[in-house]
Write a protein that binds this ligand. Structure first.
Ligand SMILES: CC(C)(COP(=O)(O)OP(=O)(O)OC[C@H]1O[C@@H](n2cnc3c(N)ncnc32)[C@H](O)[C@@H]1OP(=O)(O)O)[C@@H](O)C(=O)NCCC(=O)NCCS
Length: 187
């Protein structure tokens, strides 16, 4: 199940962050700032366990209200939960959040040595628009810069789908998101 993330999810997110990005993980301070920023929306993918829930993935999008563009900031699933469609569902839910804030196009950077993530982005309609040499340090790996445009139809569907939690309607941070229906897939 995908739900909105809160500051309380920081420790669980950082566990996955450090495992997923061993050489260039964000600091806890940076992640905490992302989680509470007015300009971002972070989501977590959780599973029910005996004593509550377990965060198995997270992702964030930076989307300023009134701006026509947005950025996928990060996305990661814990290793045991990869390869079964959850990353795709999380990405679609992030795109729905961006559309809800009015974005018409979404940008991201992905390591040039990460074919799994790049494959996911291409499959979801992102196209390469450039490269940034040595963007990822200390590994000295290039970034592939990608963009996805929302069609007018897709944006309409995304913005009017009542299952997407709207920030303006007082949705609680733990509002549930149906990734299958909370976004369109016009790729
Ligand atoms: C990238 C990531 C989020 C994708 O999530 P996932 O749940 O593993 O991916 P999904 O099962 O949803 O697969 C979606 C697409 O990703 C690609 N993909 C997934 N696993 C793949 C693999 N082992 N090899 C190649 N492509 C793969 C495919 O395009 C796939 O689409 P398909 O199933 O139609 O072929 C996840 O693998 C992850 O957390 N990786 C480590 C952190 C990371 O690299 N984050 C991205 C930073 S930019």
């Amino acid at each position: 199940m995908i739900r909105a993330a809160s500051r309380d999810d920081l420790d669980a997110i950082m566990l996955i962050e450090r495992r997923s990005f061993p050489t260039d993980a964000w600091s806890a301070e940076m992640m905490a700032a992302e989680l509470v920023s007015l300009h971002t929306r972070y989501l977590v993918d959780v599973e029910a366990v005996a004593d509550g829930e377990l965060v198995v993935g997270y992702g964030g999008v930076r989307a300023l209200r009134g701006s026509s563009d947005a950025d996928i900031q990060t996305i990661a699933l814990d290793a045991a939960h990869r390869g079964s469609g959850r990353g795709r569902a999380l990405l679609r839910a992030l795109l729905a959040q961006a559309a809800e804030r009015g974005a018409r196009e979404v940008f991201l950077e992905v390591r040039a040595d990460n074919p799994v993530a790049e494959g996911l982005y291409r499959a979801e309609g992102f196209v390469e628009i450039g490269r940034r040499a040595g963007y990822y340090q200390p590994d000295d790996v290039d970034a592939v810069v990608m963009r996805r445009e929302f069609s007018a139809h897709a944006e309409h569907v995304l913005r009017t789908d009542s299952r997407i939690p709207q920030e303006s309607d007082g949705s609680a941070p733990d509002a549930h998101i149906d990734p299958e229906n909370g976004s369109t897939h016009d790729a």
